[in-house]
Ligand binder design. Sequence first.
Ligand SMILES: Nc1ncnc2c1ncn2[C@@H]1O[C@H](COP(=O)(O)OP(=O)(O)OP(=O)(O)O)[C@@H](O)[C@H]1O
Ligand SMILES: O=P(O)(O)OC[C@H]1O[C@H](OP(=O)(O)OP(=O)(O)O)[C@H](O)[C@@H]1O
Length: 231
Amino acid sequence: MTITLALPSKGRMKDDASAIFERAGMKIVAVGNDRSYRGRVEGWDDVEVAFLSASEISREVGSGAVDFGVTGEDLVREGLADADGRVEFVARLGFGQADVVVAVPEIWYDVDTMADLGDVAADFRARHGRRLAIATKYWRLTQQFFSGSHGIQLYRIVESLGATEGAPASGSADIIVDITSTGSTLRANHLKILSDGVILRSEACLVRARKPAHADDPTVDRIIAAVRGAL
Ligand SMILES: Nc1ncnc2c1ncn2[C@@H]1O[C@H](COP(=O)(O)OP(=O)(O)OP(=O)(O)O)[C@@H](O)[C@H]1O
Ligand SMILES: O=P(O)(O)OC[C@H]1O[C@H](OP(=O)(O)OP(=O)(O)O)[C@H](O)[C@@H]1O
């Protein structure tokens, strides 16, 4: 069976992803010209490479349209309702680290924990006449964390597709859930992370679609062993 491997076609994970496979003895070469969205692996004739964006990769591995992919854990857990049922996290690759966090304005002096935030959310409507608004593009992770893990039900998600950290200052939301790596964007926007507000510590992962046909496919095992051996 031909195995399809999806790699980032652009963005911050592209170069590190190719480098890991090269170290694993799987040199990726583009088919056709450099801008082609298909590739192959030198010496591995039963593997095809598809170059896609990081969020497309989580979707395509989740649906089983590709067999393996390299993408961020955050995108997999945000993009798929039953991530662990649909995909196996085969290896954490040691790059693309970023935390998905809950951050509130620094001047909320009394709010340092999710429990404090729960108290704020409970009083919010009485004080302000509306629910606490959370700006994020991670609505699934936010709901799981707020409603599932912390029992906070009184909030509203404001979908944000960019410049999320600016939402509290602009008035479009009260707090945010977003990704951070160095923390400098949060600091620049006078936001602080709650002490128990790290929802997920994400990094780039090799993920595999859970497919019955993989059980007796030697190429699947070879790919897993090669990548794990390169870490
Ligand atoms: N500082 C950072 N900001 C945002 N994402 C980061 C950061 N550091 C690592 N990442 C990770 O990088 C991945 C997103 O990569 P990138 O932004 O390159 O994707 P993209 O090409 O924009 O994808 P798409 O167009 O599908 O959104 C996510 O898994 C994210 O966790
Ligand atoms: O903690 P820091 O190191 O400041 O990084 C966090 C910021 O980096 C990302 O934005 P980026 O400008 O890279 O653009 P993107 O949202 O398009 O990925 C992310 O959305 C945060 O805003």
